[in-house]
Write a protein that binds this ligand. Sequence first.
Ligand code: SAM
Length: 242
Amino acid sequence: MNYYVMTLFPELIEKGMHTGVLYRAMEEKLLSLECFHIREYTVNRHKRVDDYTYGGGAGMLMACQPIYDCYRAVETRRRLRAWEQGRKEKPAHVIYMSPQGRVFTQSVAEELSREEELIFLCGHYEGIDERVLEEVVTDTISIGDYVLTGGELPALVVMDSISRLIPGVLNNDVSAETESFTDGLLEYPQYTRPEEWMGKKVPEVLLSGHHAKVEAWRLEQSLLRTKERRPDLYEKYLEERT
Ligand code: SAM
């Protein structure tokens, strides 16, 4: 997976992605990241990328020109890479991170993890002039019903979640399959050594070595936990099975 991120804070994206599992995946060329600093593309002599909003109102808006020129630079780079690697260039999703978008879920992560390249656009201030969004954006994604100051943390959330679904990124591919949301349920409780800690014992069944019993216990716990913590998911799970 190749990520291209258009941002006013490339250092934030780079720091966020150059840690732990994702860093190793980049070293192993399973992932790549290229940040494009929107400010470098402005023609404004004071390097401004924002302006007042027509019709009044508080706050500034990111203007069309720097974003459009930045996007064109991303497309040029993608074309060059495709040519260098001897592959055909394909159109890529251009994802604008916005509280007004489709809410990000595990199934959206799964859908996007099947792409080879993704382009992210991170907004700031009051957001971005609608005209450039109409021109370049293919998908608008929100990470939840709250408002942040910028699109960088949302883009990192989305990239992190997609990256761990890419084969080879996690050491153990099975762990992504059993995790919360994968089958519509929350994951069961888990334990590691010691067998007893502060008087609390690991459930007997997990020490039994009886695979079928362990699986049955885990499913029961997943159901109980989902019913208690996420009744909405529990109802959906039951509906899909009737
Ligand atoms: N005025 C915009 C509105 O009411 O929809 C909010 C702009 S927000 C202050 C600035 C930027 O942060 C947005 O352009 C977007 O890139 C990002 N952002 C804020 N909250 C977000 C969320 N929940 N999901 C994704 N991106 C978000």
